[in-house]
Design a protein around this ligand. Sequence first.
Ligand SMILES: [Zn+2]
Length: 423
Amino acid sequence: MSLDDAAEELASALGVDEAAVREDLEKLVSYSVPMDEAKQSLRRKYGDSGGGSDATPSETDIADITTDSGNVTVAARVLTVGKRSIRYEGEDQTIFEGELADGTGRISYTAWNDFSLSAGDTITAGNAGVREWDGEPELNLGSSTTVTLDEEPLSVPYEVGGERELIDLEPGDRGRTIEIKVLDVERRTIDGRDGETEILSGEFGDETTRLPFTDWDPHPELAEGASVRIEDVYVDEFRGVPSVNVTAFSSVEPAAEVSVSDSATALSVREAVASGGVYDVLLTGNVIEVRDGSGLIQRCPDCGRVVQNDQCRDHGRVDPEDDLRVKAVLDDGTDTVTAILDRELTAAVYGGSLEDALDHARDAMDRDVVADRIAERLEGREYRVRGALSVDEYGANLNASAFDESDEAPEARAAAFLAEVDG
Ligand SMILES: [Zn+2]
């Protein structure tokens, strides 16, 4: 460590002026005092409470770190390392993120410098900052943090390394490794932070479930039907549903054929809503209401938003396009969600195409006849609905990919439900 770095670290740890610390440090080093001893003597001089005879500041158990903790020193095992580029104060910066653990707990970290961390390393991180992220403490390893590698591996009650199945991925995960099959992929042009940029988006699957993904640095290996192993992805959320992010730092390698689950996770409506969002879920319940905005609707040709009186919120007066949709309230006795059916599924429950619906409305001189017929057919009946559930300020919405009348007898379902309740 250079003298400047040591001075900066000490000044920041002790909360004193850096120039004064550097001057003292220079003096001691010029007297041939070893750096560690020099730092220790300055800690005493400037009154570090953790000083005294102990040469290293005392270590904090990870379980004891709170959002109120100041700077801490931890001895920990590196569970995961993810590399990412962010824009911070107008500058692109490469950061490293993941989790550290000791015997008492684990904690997320962000390293603003490259400490060459690898999953499995045992380290002592001195003078790490603690910040609050999403209500939880997180460690910041920056220029005033010292990271030393410890030879003796610390044993921790957590999995070391980032390998996960899709079902176990959660928003906020960093440095994960997955083996998946690309189920669906499309190339899109978006307005990125540096203007127009090409990305890939689509769907991954493995034996456990399916999840949407975005590749910010299009990898040609991510072709439809390909099975690949991807190291270093991170997970964020879109409307409560986990979404996998592949970046320029991810490595993508061909893998042996990955088999993909064909069944959605069956949950009660209450469980599904409580989870905050599920990409591929199966809910069964009664349609208790077909809501307004169902049947024949009109959309803005530019943005696809539903419009009324030819007025789009973003595009003003437009020449709208006709479409079919259903918003059905599904109730299974535990809670309700709104199932949203696209044109194809709506045509199936209506029993006719968009053109048929337009003819129907023209003949009746009333567009509502389409929604009325749909309501007549759906309300009071039980359906199995598969799709992506999102939970946000607009409520709990299930974008249906399949919508089938339940063939199970209500008595059987009631019995199964009671058995579940009774455990
Ligand atoms: Zn619009």
